[in-house]
Design a binder for this molecule. Sequence first.
Ligand code: SF4
Length: 222
Amino acid sequence: MTAAATLELNKAHWPVTVLGPGRRIGLWVQGCAIGCRGCVSQDTWAADPARAIAVADLLAWCRRVAQPGPDGVTISGGEPFGQPEGLRALLEGLARWRSEAGLDFDILCYSGYPLAALRRRHGDLLALLDAVIPEPYVEAMPITHLWRGSGNQPLVPLSQRGRARYAAHVDAAAEAAGKRMQVAVEGGRIWMIGIPARGDMARVETLCAERGLSLQQVSWRR
Ligand code: SF4
């Protein structure tokens, strides 16, 4: 990793319990050029250099907050593979932390690119991951499987650790882990973390309005 490596970051949260097994660090990058219809994270679409953070600082935050060590790290967005240099620095830094601290956390990454394209263009990055959930979000395909937003998205273990940890979840039903969403409040913003069912965000808006709470800006519309 070069000392100057940066990553445009939308948000980071600990602990995340709805995007992979166990208590996880959640990192959402800023910037996605794919533009899936119905994406609930449209606030992450625009690249924004003002959101660039030194990867070294992000790794220091991970080490500080995730005590005594995470079960996993989930990287989403935004499109993580849209920033390959920053992603590589992050993945190498996480692997170094895991090794130096004697930890065994897994690294799961989401991508809106097809698996074949990732293998062709980013095999070096896939080699640093334990599992990937690729393919674009397809609004017309219902949620069928755990941790996936639409039925076309596979869960692909990539390493020995990934196979040991994720094999049992590859075909698991969407409801297999119980809770699907968690809520965090930070800096006057409400984060909905997880995979919402179709219509959930509209229902949240309606329920808030019924209680006199009007949402000023929401990430599922532009
Ligand atoms: S679902 Fe993911 S890949 Fe698709 S537009 Fe949204 S952030 Fe990008």
